[in-house]
Design a protein around this ligand. Structure first.
Ligand SMILES: Cc1cc2nc3c(=O)[nH]c(=O)nc-3n(C[C@H](O)[C@H](O)[C@H](O)COP(=O)(O)OP(=O)(O)OC[C@H]3O[C@@H](n4cnc5c(N)ncnc54)[C@H](O)[C@@H]3O)c2cc1C
Length: 494
């Protein structure tokens, strides 16, 4: 039996963890290096006094992506964590006083929207069919396969052809929504899905109206908290022989004549040999590591627009709010202005839409008895040198004013522990460009094709995955990205 091929994965975020698992399954010796103290990347964990928080993602969709990854290793996801299917999915507070709970699945959502007067039965049924067809046209083909000519020989491509004329890429999400619904609250409700990949509904192509369909197939929390996801992936990796090295920053990817030979670790002289490197950090970090700023692929990437970032507050609250659910949205009164401020004026919104996730509704042990752990997120522009300290302070007050007014109850006076995560801090801790949450934005019709390919076209032995690579950001897509890059790398190993 020959020696095992050596693979180094840079980054133990969800994409790097998935890539490491797939490479171990194909028989390679895999080592994962991450600068942080443990796995997860953006999906990290933090404790403030008696409260625990998930730092980044909170809503899990496409759970089957995770199930399949565990199945490939002969395991069951549910032996590692407990997904909890949500119904209702989210509580919504509109500026005009409307309150509604979005039901699960196409039928549940239709019932709740019609019941709250946001849409007629006919409007919602037409939209659901449209959203489903968009997903069938674009979803399976682009999400589960590498970009490139190989798509043409993929049987899914030919099936998708039937739906391709319906991709609806020549108008924006919002233009399409206005053609389906009369009520501006329905535009706002469905427009919010653009933010699931860090884009604006006023600029992103209407193709993204497929995202509601994805969520309607199942929105989940995790009984043990979202941090159980990277922990489970890391555990599976260790069972398959993957070695994890934390608090270790890769400083350079070594190559000679465009062939990868290993990585150099910060503070160490010798090179860690590798037949292959899978870079699961943001693409801009990949180019810093290979030190090829003039690469045409780097220039192409630099010309793309980063996705939006977020300003997050973590509040350990000494009170309970039974009127709130696990997921809660407080919509702004002027959605168009909010997105103009974020994506054009590049500033924090004057009146933000506020997302509050209360993990302790599902994981009570994450807050002391009689308390709740609030994760409060506002969409923010990516970091370009704005004055976040003073902006953050006034944002905090605006958020509390809005939430207290809509709930009709105090919140401020119950905050016992407090933390925050601003765009430059997100950038610093995860190396993502400008602190973008989802890699590059989808604010143009061709954005899906501008994500970095998973096999580097110039460097032999270099693979790229994660939110800024194909197929994009968000937990399930990051996992798919890791798997696609590993699949391509395993092919080369063979
Ligand atoms: C506030 C917030 C809310 C979100 N909400 C959701 C949500 O509800 N649902 C959802 O699906 N997604 C959500 N996301 C997006 C989701 O978290 C990401 O798309 C996904 O986790 C990205 O995974 P990744 O592997 O691409 O990268 P990351 O998680 O960014 O991991 C990259 C890792 O690489 C390491 N690294 C980088 N460079 C180096 C180096 N040179 N040496 C060593 N290590 C290095 C970093 O330390 C980091 O750990 C959210 C993100 C944030 C921040």
């Amino acid at each position: 039996m020959g020696l095992k091929k050596q693979v180094v994965v840079v980054g133990a975020g969800l994409s790097g963890l998935a890539a490491a698992i797939r490479m171990a399954l194909s028989g390679a010796r895999v080592r994962v290096f991450d600068a942080r103290t443990g796995p997860g990347g953006k999906a990290f964990t933090e404790r403030l006094g008696a409260w625990r928080f998930d730092t980044g993602p909170s809503l899990l969709t496409m759970v089957e992506v995770f199930e399949k990854l565990f199945e490939q290793a002969g395991r069951r996801l549910t032996d590692y964590l407990t997904p909890v299917k949500l119904d209702p999915v989210c509580h919504y507070w509109f500026a005009d006083g409307t309150f509604f709970k979005a039901g699960a699945g196409p039928d549940g959502l239709a019932r709740s929207m019609v019941g709250a007067g946001l849409a007629t039965e006919r409007e919602i049924q037409r939209f659901l069919k449209y959203s489903r067809d968009l997903y069938r046209a674009a979803g399976p083909l682009f999400l589960e396969n590498p970009l490139g000519w190989g798509l043409l020989v993929n049987p899914t491509f030919w099936k998708s052809l039937w739906y391709l004329p319906r991709l609806d890429a020549s108008r924006t999400m919002m233009q399409a929504l206005r053609s389906f619904f009369k009520d501006p609250r329905a535009w706002q409700y469905f427009g919010r899905y653009a933010t699931y990949n860090g884009s604006s509904p006023y600029r992103a192509p209407a193709t993204l109206n497929l995202i509601p369909w994805v969520e309607m197939q199942g929105a989940y929390a995790v009984r043990e908290g979202i941090y159980a996801i990277p922990r489970a992936l890391e555990k599976l990796g260790r069972e398959l022989g993957v070695e994890f090295v934390y608090q270790t920053r890769v400083e350079r990817i070594e190559h000679h004549n465009k062939v990868i030979s290993g990585v150099r670790i910060e503070g160490q002289d010798e090179v860690v040999y590798a037949d292959m490197v899978i870079c699961a950090s943001d693409v801009h970090e990949t180019y810093r590591l290979i030190q090829e700023p003039g690469s045409p692929w780097n220039l192409r990437y630099k010309a793309t627009e980063p996705s939006s970032s977020g300003y997050v507050f973590y509040w350990g609250i000494e009170a309970t709010y039974p009127e709130m659910g696990l997921n809660n949205i407080f919509f702004s009164s002027d959605y168009e202005r909010e997105f103009r401020e974020i994506f054009e004026e590049r500033k924090l919104p004057t009146e933000p839409t506020i997302y509050v996730n209360i993990g302790s509704k599902v994981t009570p042990e994450d807050a002391p008895h009689g308390g709740e752990n609030w994760f409060v997120l506002v969409n923010a522009p990516y970091h370009q040198g704005q004055d976040w300290d003073s902006e953050g302070k006034s944002l905090r007050e605006r958020i509390l004013d809005i939430v207290e007014k809509r709930l009709g109850r105090p919140v401020r006076s119950y905050i016992r522990e407090e933390g925050s995560w601003s765009p430059p801090e997100i950038e610093q801790l995860t190396s993502s460009r400008g602190g973008s949450l989802y890699g590059i934005s989808s604010n143009s019709a061709n954005a899906a094709f501008l994500r970095h390919p998973n096999k580097h076209p110039e460097f032999k032995g270099l693979y790229v995955c994660g939110g800024s690579a194909h197929p994009g950001g968000g937990m399930p897509l990051a996992v798919l990205s890791g798997q696609i890059s590993a699949q391509l790398a395993a092919k080369e190993l063979r």
